[in-house]
Write a protein that binds this ligand. Structure first.
Ligand code: NAD
Length: 350
């Protein structure tokens, strides 16, 4: 653990062990240069607490990049609840309440929200203990699901990528393979189908994949065979690190554009994709829809139309990144990184 913390570029890390549930709680505050560190709470089982901590640190850094890339004065943070296994609802509620009190003790340095493994209903419980929750109300029935907003961001991001690669953002007739049809992947699949795309779906839950595929006249694909299927767009909407030196050589697509956080296992994977002529939409930009929508909805001052308009601006941001990448002959990951560094440096100058 010590080694990981010493190497991390973030500002601070809060570590707490929740005795009643045997859960390790990590709150990673990567950067407050642009404002309060803000990012969701992931709840899952990890092989070791170190893995949970590393996930929190990497995800928090991703949030710094995300906020800066989309031009928001918000800092990067993320939390992980590394649980030992499934919990009964009252036990889970206790954990969420203690997590909420821990966040409250940070006095506004970090604000949380839903992420993989947590639900709007969970966030409603956390919100009873702290002010610093996005996408929730103490009335759980009013909790906001970020999935459809994230899906919209990915949808418009795919249009931007299609324009960059094919010179046209026409979706009709394009084939999109969606890896993971959960909160984001399913609405994305539906909107792409409505726009005329041919859909292929893979999910570890193969019954779910078959159901969604049949509803959309699409095809369910066995997960480990998905990478090699010919398609225009491969959309990773499941978990991180599915793109790596084993899977990238298998790809038969022109574009990788999806919602998953940390899609690339290693930084060099961006270069591998670039060399193969596959356009990659940087994950922290294309998946920012939920992050854009939730604070706006929370403020209570933004109309629904304006929330969707803000999410739609992801398309123009990716246009800019793809243009810069093409002009410099480099990967979009590098172009996005330069954009973020410009934003952070300008802000630091005041
Ligand atoms: P989810 O848990 O609702 O759905 C994920 C789906 O992926 C599940 O159906 C699961 O069975 C499937 N899956 C897991 N591993 C897989 C694999 N190796 N191959 C195929 N399928 C697999 O999650 P979600 O909320 O839809 O989020 C999906 C991804 O997008 C995550 O990486 C998340 O961090 C990221 N993301 C989500 C949001 C959001 O608004 N929910 C916002 C930003 C980023």
């Amino acid at each position: 653990m010590r080694d990981l913390i010493e190497k991390w570029s973030g500002e601070s890390l809060v570590v707490s062990y929740d005795q009643p549930t045997g859960t390790w709680i990590f709150i990673a505050i990567h950067s407050t240069v642009l404002g309060r560190a803000t990012g969701g709470c992931r709840m899952r089982v990890y092989e070791t607490p170190d893995e949970g901590m590393l996930d929190a640190m990497r995800l928090a850094e991703g949030m710094t990049y995300k906020w800066a890339a989309i031009g928001y004065e918000i800092g990067g943070g993320k939390s992980v609840l590394a649980i030992p296994g499934p919990m009964d609802p009252p036990v889970r509620e206790g954990l969420l309440r203690r997590f909420g009190r821990l966040i409250e003790s940070l006095q506004g340095t970090y604000a949380t929200g839903e992420d993989l493994g947590t639900t709007p209903e969970d966030m409603a419980i956390v919100a009873e203990e702290t002010h610093w929750v996005h996408g929730s109300r103490s009335d759980a029935s009013r909790a906001v699901d970020p999935g459809p907003y994230t899906a919209r961001g990915v949808f418009v991001g795919i249009k931007s990528a299609l324009r960059a690669v094919y010179g046209s953002d026409e979706i009709t007739g394009r084939t999109v393979l969606i890896q993971g049809v959960g909160d984001v992947g399913e609405p994305l699949a539906r909107s792409l189908r409505e726009a005329g795309a041919e859909i292929m779906i893979c999910d570890l839950d193969e019954a779910l994949a078959r159901r969604v595929a049949s509803e959309l006249d699409g095809e369910a694909v066995v997960p480990h065979l998905a990478y090699a299927r010919t398609c225009d767009v491969f959309a990773p909407c499941a978990v991180g690190a599915t793109l790596n030196r084993e899977t990238i050589p298998q790809l038969h697509c022109r574009i990788v554009a999806g919602s998953a956080n940390n899609q690339l296992r290693d930084p060099e994977d961006a270069e591998l994709l670039h060399k193969r002529g596959i356009l990659y939409a940087p994950d922290y930009v294309i998946n920012a829809g939920g992050a854009i929508a939730l604070p706006a909805i929370d403020s209570g001052k933004v109309t629904d139309d304006e929330v969707w308009n803000r999410v739609n601006r992801i398309e123009a941001k990716l246009d800019e990144i793809f243009r810069e990448a093409a002009a410099d002959g480099e990967s979009p990951v590098l172009a996005a990184k330069k954009l973020v560094e410009r934003v952070l440096a300008e802000h630091a100058k005041g």
